[in-house]
Write a protein that binds this ligand. Structure first.
Ligand code: ATP
Length: 445
């Protein structure tokens, strides 16, 4: 499989076809904020549902949750974010640019030399990444709230509620998808790092003596998940956090990285957060966050294994992994090899020509398929061009209604990846598409 993707091609396709637009574009745009268009929002929703299905539907002991973005300010003291959620920043005294000290070359930091203009850099200063705002009409210290920098804390503070309302027994998990906000200084690479983003987090509560077992279990489950999404295996790898990279709460951590067009970067973090969070919330709220094992009568504070993935970052990964170009009959064919479960449009339905009753017949077929799949109907232009437009947005199937359809009730089913065409009876079409989605394997895997 060729690796023809570049960020430039991706950004341009995303805009042209309605996946992703710059936020507030008519006003010149807002740095690092993006809007998801008709295809992008559909793809994002599908990725989110795929994750939720994987986590909650396929695991009886994982329940869903959806918590508020604004929480009691004490939450962020307890979690350690007020104190520790900082990036070390350096400023250039000459060009006034600001950098994350851990993201510039070591020599520059040592020599205090700006990587852009060579000017003098300041000493690193810690800068808190949480966005602050006020609730109510008074802008005083008593009204401060933060926009959550991670969704995890909403899960921890509901630990007792979930235990009481669902009667789950340890080990069990809580999953949620939601927005998080970080005042990132260096935002670049399209939607990779932004100040507003969505996380898909699952917190798994375990007995402290079982932490290693469950950590390894989730590490394996999570990489398998990306294979299921149809992502190429050689583009994924683990990267372990060294002792000096571990977050303040973590005992062991691995990232799952993907090889983006701009290099290997984190996609998801898997952390053993120990009993840090529940103990801190016990201390700060004065509420008991321990768990009683009804069989052994042991009371303990569970350890937490966290899997934390970025939804927008996953979307960028899926798009860059899917992008492919090949030469067909002397022309470049751009094809998004998206997994059919994720593709925003599942099938294009086309009458070969508008006349002779073919359009009417095609409409009826499209209406029936719509009950189960996301369908795009198009009756204009050369059929080859209609196929290419669908290839470019990753539509895995196209259905063409031609003169034979009128005689024998068969249609052409055309596959995006192989461009192969087969005749299928109209009555079997929906089932055939459903079966193909289930059986899908990416070419070359
Ligand atoms: P980094 O070190 O790159 O700033 P992190 O290690 O702090 O990231 P986590 O706190 O582990 O990231 O967040 C879990 C996941 O949330 C990340 O793997 C990533 O997919 C996503 N994520 C974190 N920050 C951002 C961001 N600014 N924009 C988009 N996604 C993000």
């Amino acid at each position: 499989m060729s690796d023809s993707v570049t960020m430039e091609k991706l950004v341009s396709l995303c805009k042209r076809r309605g996946f992703i637009f710059q936020s507030s574009e008519i006003y010149g745009g807002l740095a690092s904020a993006w809007d998801y268009g008709p295809l992008g929002s559909a793809l994002k929703n599908r990725l989110q549902s795929f994750w939720l299905r994987e986590m909650t539907q396929l695991h009886e002991n994982i329940v869903g949750l959806d918590t508020a973005i604004m929480m009691h300010p004490r939450v962020w003291e307890a979690s350690g974010h007020v104190e520790n959620f900082t990036d070390p920043l350096v400023d250039c005294k000459n060009c006034k640019r600001r950098f994350r000290a851990d993201q510039i070359p070591d020599e520059n930091l040592k020599d205090k030399k700006c990587p852009e203009c060579g000017g003098e850099l300041t000493e690193p200063r810690n800068f808190n990444l949480m966005f602050k705002t006020h609730i109510g009409p008074l802008e005083d210290d008593g009204s401060i709230v933060f926009l959550r920098p991670e969704t995890a804390q909403g899960i921890y503070v509901n630990f007792r509620n979930i235990l009481q309302s669902t009667r789950q027994k340890i080990p069990f998990g809580i999953a949620q998808v939601g927005k998080a906000f970080r005042n990132e200084i260096t935002t670049k690479n399209f939607i990779f790092r932004t100040c507003e983003f969505e996380q898909m987090e699952m917190q798994y509560f375990v007995h402290p003596s079982q932490d290693k077992k469950w950590f390894d279990y989730w590490k394996n489950e999570r990489i398998q998940y990306y294979y299921k999404l149809g992502v190429r295996k050689n583009k994924l790898r683990f990267s372990q956090h060294g002792p000096d990279e571990l977050a303040h709460y973590a005992k062991e951590a691995f990232d799952i990285q993907y090889e983006f067009p701009f290099g290997w970067q984190e996609l998801e973090g898997i952390h053993n957060r120990t009993d840090y969070d529940l103990k801190r919330h016990t201390e700060f709220s004065n509420k008991d966050m321990s768990y009683l094992d009804e069989i052994t009568k042991e009371r303990y504070v569970p350890y937490i294994i966290e899997t934390s993935a970025g939804l927008n970052r996953s979307l960028l990964m899926v798009l860059s992994d899917a992008y492919d170009e090949e030469t067909v009959e002397g022309e470049t064919r751009v094809v998004m090899r998206l997994h059919p479960r994720l593709a925003p449009v599942t099938a294009g339905v086309f009458p070969l020509v508008k006349k002779d009753g073919l359009a009417e017949k095609a409409r009826v077929i499209a209406e029936t398929l719509k009950e189960e799949f996301n369908i795009f109907y198009d009756q204009g232009g050369a059929i080859g061009r209609r196929y290419r437009r669908q290839d470019e947005i990753g539509t895995p199937f196209c259905v063409t209604i031609d003169y034979d359809t009128k005689d024998d009730d068969t249609v052409t089913l055309r596959y995006r990846d192989s461009m192969q065409q087969v005749r299928v009876n109209v009555g079997n079409l929906a089932q055939r598409i459903a079966d193909e989605i289930k059986a899908y394997k990416r070419t070359g895997e």
